[in-house]
Design a protein around this ligand. Structure first.
Ligand SMILES: Cc1cc2nc3c(=O)[nH]c(=O)nc-3n(C[C@H](O)[C@H](O)[C@H](O)COP(=O)(O)O)c2cc1C
Length: 241
C-alpha cells in the first residue's frame, strides 16, 4: 500500500516523544521517486526512545545488501525522528537481504523520511542540500567500491559522493570476510577522501547476551561517531549504578 511521506516534523531540543512504528515491506523503493510500503504500529520489543539528545542532526541512513540488516534496524531504533531529521534509503539489493534477515520487515518510526535510490529527486543529490551525516549500514563491498570510485549512478551513490565532495561526515559500516586487496585499496581511497570506515566488528568485553546485544556493540560506535547520545552499551570502565 503506498503511503505519502509526511513533511518534516522535526524540532530541536531535549524532549523525547515515543513514536509509533511502521514496517517497510521488502518491495519498498521499487518505484522511482515513491516507496510502496505497508504500515503497522506495533512497538518494537526492547525499543527505548528515552535516551537524552541535546543536538538535532539531519541524518541519512543508507542500507545495502551486505549481511547485517540488524545493524541498520538497531540504529534506526535509536534515532528519534522527534529530535533528529532521519532519512532512509535502500540500495538496489538491500530488500532481498533484508527479507532474509528481517522477515518481519524493517521497522521505521513515524516521521522517518524514505527515499528511493532510483530517483535523483532527493535533497541530498545536490551539494546544496547535504545532510549533517550519512551512514551506510551495513555497507556491501559492491557499494563501497562504487562510492570509492565516484560512480554516482543512483541517488545512494550520488549522496555518498556529495558527502565526500562537501567534506561532510560519511560513515561506512562494511561487512565482509575475508577481504581482498581490492577491498583494502578501496578502503584506502575512501579514507584518503575523508570517509570514516567502521567495520561491523562486534566486541565482547561487555559480555553481550543476545544477538541484539552483539549488534549493539557495533551500533553504539556508529552512534558515537554520528554524535548521537545513547546508553546502548556500557562504556569501558563505567561503574555499575
Ligand atoms: C544473503 C546474502 C548475504 C550477503 N552478504 C554480503 C556481505 O556481508 N557483504 C557483501 O559485501 N556482500 C554481501 N552480499 C552480496 C551483495 O548483496 C551483492 O554484492 C549485491 O550486489 C550488493 O548490492 P548493493 O551494494 O546494491 O546492496 C550478500 C548477498 C546475499 C544474498
Amino acid at each position: 500500500m503506498p503511503i505519502s511521506i509526511p513533511g518534516p516534523a522535526i524540532s530541536a531540543g531535549t524532549h523525547t516523544v515515543k513514536q509509533p512504528t511502521r514496517l517497510i515491506a521488502m518491495t519498498s523503493c521499487a518505484t522511482a521517486g515513491k516507496c510502496s510500503v505497508s504500515c503497522h504500529t506495533d512497538a518494537p520489543s526492547g525499543f527505548s526512545g528515552e535516551s537524552p539528545h541535546s543536538v538535532s542532526v539531519r541524518l541519512l541512513v543508507a542500507i545495502t545488501g551486505a549481511s547485517g540488516s540488524l545493524y541498520a534496524q538497531r540504529l534506526l531504533d535509536q534515532l528519534d525522528p522527534a529530535v533528529h531529521e532521519v532519512h532512509v534509503m535502500l540500495s538496489q539489493y538491500a530488500p532481498q537481504v533484508l527479507a532474509t534477515e528481517l522477515p518481519e520487515g524493517l521497522r521505521l518510526r513515524d516521521g522517518v523520511h524514505q527515499h528511493s535510490h532510483r530517483s535523483m529527486n532527493v535533497p541530498f543529490a545536490s551539494g546544496s542540500n547535504p545532510p549533517d551525516a550519512m551512514v551506510v549500514i551495513p555497507c556491501s563491498m559492491g557499494t563501497l567500491g562504487r562510492i570509492a570510485h565516484g560512480l554516482s549512478s543512483d541517488s545512494l551513490l550520488r549522496c555518498a559522493d556529495v558527502m565526500l565532495k562537501e567534506r561532510r561526515k560519511l560513515l561506512l559500516v562494511p561487512r565482509e570476510t575475508p577481504i581482498s586487496l581490492i577491498h583494502v585499496k578501496n578502503f584506502e581511497l575512501l579514507l584518503q577522501a575523508g570517509a570514516q570506515i567502521l567495520p561491523a566488528n562486534p566486541s565482547y568485553y561487555t559480555r553481550p547476551q543476545t544477538v541484539q546485544d552483539v549488534a549493539d556493540t557495533v551500533v553504539s560506535r556508529v552512534l558515537d561517531h554520528l554524535g548521537v547520545a545513547h546508553n546502548l552499551v556500557a562504556r569501558w570502565q563505567d561503574e555499575p549504578e
